[in-house]
Design a protein around this ligand. Structure first.
Ligand code: NAD
Length: 280
């Protein structure tokens, strides 16, 4: 394993690329157009520069990591990758299309991994002719710094694929936990309903946004309150995760009206300048 591909250079994909560059893998990163590629590369450069300013990374190390990354528009450049991690939109048909295309393009030995938060790994793998080489690698935000990756095996994932992926992640300094291919796996099965519940608490007027976040940070030891964390992830991204849980697991997981309303109004969090909080 020397060459890793990442498809989708958004909030997650850009940081996932950084993880592999940090593990000294040649990292090829793909997005749909130059604008998205520029966004992803700027995100990576901003992150690394902040680390350098804080004295947590040396300038030559930053340059080495950047030199490991090759951003491209053409998915065919992933042909000879040993492994490709998909981080496109959380939409089953988009992910299945991307997997089917990767299956056509990539070498038959290439491992295909999905960063889905809530969708079925086996269903995504079924769009390919190599389900034994497909797997879930659920990186957590911020992917570059969170020590854990939740790995999930699809119905047909082979032991060899599982082992190789764990070795790659270990080389990048990540710990792993392997869980079953179930809706939202373990982390999001617990965490997404909590985020949704924070919107219900806010909508019912039980506490202000600041009080809800402070309660979780100081009372429960969260690094970031649930509402601020939703602003960081993107309200649209979190809503699509709640909707997916609702669809797969039933009414208990119905999205909060306030979360839906904010998304409809274009208040998507930090990325749009406004979410629960105002960043303008
Ligand atoms: N944001 C989070 O907190 C978070 C955490 C864990 C996992 N995830 C998962 O990671 C995935 C990506 O989420 P995100 O927040 O980075 O989304 P995002 O919207 O920020 O980025 C998605 C990127 O994929 C690109 N894309 C879409 N279709 C493509 C295609 N066919 N070819 C190439 N590029 C394509 C888009 O242009 C965009 O840049 C989702 O499955 C999401 O559920 C997100």
């Amino acid at each position: 394993m020397e060459k890793i591909g990442v498809i989708g250079m958004g909030a997650m994909g850009s940081q996932i690329g950084l993880v592999f560059a940090g593990g000294s893998f040649q990292t090829i990163m793909v997005d749909q157009n130059q604008e998205r590629i520029d966004w992803g590369m700027n995100n990576i450069k901003k992150l690394l520069s902040r680390r350098v300013q804080k004295g947590k990374l040396e300038q030559p190390e930053m340059e080495k990591m950047l030199s490991q990354i090759r951003p491209v528009e053409d998915i065919h450049e992933l042909k000879n990758a040993d492994m490709v991690v998909e981080a496109v939109f959380e939409d089953i048909s988009v992910k299945r299309e991307v997997f089917a295309e990767l299956d056509r393009i990539c070498d038959e030995k290439t491992i295909l991994a999905t960063n889905t938060s809530t969708l079925c790994v086996s269903e995504i793998a079924a769009a390919t002719g190599r389900p034994e080489r497909c797997i879930g690698t659920h990186f957590l935000i911020p992917a570059a710094f969170t020590p854990l990756v939740e790995v999930s095996r699809g119905l047909e994932t082979s032991d060899e694929t599982h082992q190789k992926v764990i070795e790659v992640l270990k080389r990048c300094g990540k710990e792993t936990v392997t869980v079953d291919d179930a809706p939202a796996f373990v982390i999001n099965r617990l965490y997404i309903p909590l985020l949704n519940e924070a919107f219900l608490v806010l909508q019912e007027g039980i506490a202000t946004a600041e009080e809800i976040d402070l309660a979780c940070v100081k009372g429960l030891g969260f690094p970031l309150g649930p509402l601020a964390a939703t602003d960081a992830s993107g309200l649209d991204v979190v809503l699509s995760c709640v909707e997916s849980l609702h669809e797969q697991l039933g009414d208990k997981y119905r999205p909060a009206q306030l979360l839906r309303k904010l998304v409809k109004a274009g208040h998507l969090g930090r990325k749009s300048g406004k979410g629960v909080y105002d960043y303008t």
